[in-house]
Write a protein that binds this ligand. Structure first.
Ligand code: SF4
Length: 413
């Protein structure tokens, strides 16, 4: 197969992996080198569903010795196979970079021969890019479960980010759909990267000459809807991954029913709204001080398709509202639907000079249509106190938005 055809095949095979995003690392161009990475993210383009599209995102090979039931690259799937050599990947990356097509490389792979063998090839690619080609752009590579930590250690010195894809949220789903994988084999490289990141931070505090290890941290991907876990189970797993494995990001990928398998659900289309709700809740975990239990208590194991998670939480806790916007602490302001982090900070800033009026409140950038139901301004309430009509109002407003989002998504799949 010609290089161009293999590239097309391997880029298409990589599209199901969503665990890449903005870089989060910064590196200036070295003398005689080419390319640089920025905190702001080198992935300047995003698909409508939020997926990054400006990295050269390919698989080294779509051959695989494993047989994960949901995967188009599984061993038993009758599909054309291709592979790019290390030199070809290096050549294509540099050529695309010079032509300004891309700003970095996201390289994943099916497993050939063994995890160590495959990871050695990834390592050689990263080493050639950094050392021979002096490539300073962003590199994100897969850490393949089962790889010798020594290889990961070396790989981590060349790449900006690594991801170990968890894919399925529970051990029982792994057994069913990906029998060659196990939770411990997936968690072990994650823990290794976490520990090395901490050590590296200490080492670099003592001496800046120590090379950085995976400076943009690690991420993972969870497939949503290929197995029977509830949203609550997935969100609890996410919370544990952020807290215990120090992950930078957890990505969610709505299961795309392209494969048939006796253990796979029969669905007409990917559960994109569910994926979207998980991203919203993930944001609340990371930046709004919510816990998984608050967002999805045992009595509500799945997200409300009609209401976003924050509005849902507020509706379940009507006893806490309305709050006086001139007295509420930052943490409580964050919990008001329609108030984001920026508007909460602006409210605090305004308050340094006296009580906010309606006029100054509007200037904080909050979404008044939503927020007015959950707050008072100088003791006056402007919302609807009736739970049923409030829900109807929030739903009709959000339903229109969700519908618009879904029509955008459906064009992408
Ligand atoms: S190991 Fe990865 S590439 Fe191979 S079948 Fe499983 S999910 Fe697909």
């Amino acid at each position: 197969m010609e290089l161009r055809d293999r590239l097309a095949l391997l880029a298409d095979a990589a599209k199901y992996d969503v665990s890449c995003s903005s870089s989060g690392s910064r590196r200036g161009r070295q003398a005689g080198g080419i390319g640089n990475a920025h905190y702001a993210g080198i992935c300047h383009s995003w698909a409508a569903d939020g997926r990054c599209i400006s990295l050269l995102k390919i698989l080294m090979t779509n051959s695989c010795i494993y047989d994960c039931e949901y995967c188009v690259n599984r061993r038993s799937h009758d599909t054309p196979r291709a592979m790019l050599s290390v030199e070809e990947i290096v050549h294509v990356t540099m050529a695309f970079y010079r032509r300004n097509y891309i700003e970095g490389l996201f390289l994943s792979s099916g497993i050939i021969r063994s995890p160590d063998y495959t990871s050695e090839l990834l390592l050689r690619t990263a080493r050639l890019l950094r050392e021979r080609e002096k490539f300073g752009g962003y590199i994100h590579m897969k850490a393949i479960p089962g790889t010798d930590p020594k290889i990961l250690e070396e790989l981590g010195r060349y790449v900006d980010r690594m991801s170990v894809n968890m894919e399925l949220p529970s051990e029982s789903s792994l057994k069913l759909l990906a029998p060659q994988k196990s939770r411990s084999a997936i968690l072990s490289p994650m823990k290794f990267i976490r520990d090395r990141l901490q050590e590296n931070r200490e080492e670099r505090r003592r001496s800046r000459k120590v090379p950085a290890f995976v400076p943009a941290g690690q991420t993972t991907q969870l497939i949503v809807g290929a197995s029977g876990e509830s949203d609550r189970q997935i969100l609890h797993l996410t919370e544990a991954l952020y807290q215990r494995a120090s992950l930078k990001r957890v990505y969610y990928s709505a299961y795309v029913p392209v494969m048939q398998g006796k253990h796979l659900p029969v669905i007409a289309r990917p559960p994109l709204l569910r994926e979207n709700r998980l991203y919203q809740a993930d944001w609340l975990l990371r930046f709004y001080q919510f816990t998984a239990d608050e967002l999805l208590p045992p009595s509500s194991p799945d997200f409300d398709p009609e209401l976003d998670p924050k509005a849902c939480w507020a509706m379940r806790h009507r006893e806490l509202f309305p709050v006086e916007v001139n007295r509420a602490p930052y943490e409580m302001l964050l919990r008001i639907p329609g108030i984001g982090r920026r508007s909460a900070w602006r409210i605090l800033n305004f308050r340094r000079y006296g009580d906010l009026s309606m006029d100054s409140l509007q200037r904080t950038g909050l979404v008044w249509k939503r927020a007015r139901h959950f707050l008072t301004v100088r003791g006056r309430y402007y919302g609807s106190g009736d739970t049923l009509s409030l829900r109807t109002e929030l739903v009709s407003e959000k339903a229109g938005q969700a519908l618009r989002e879904m029509s955008l998504f459906e064009g992408q799949v």
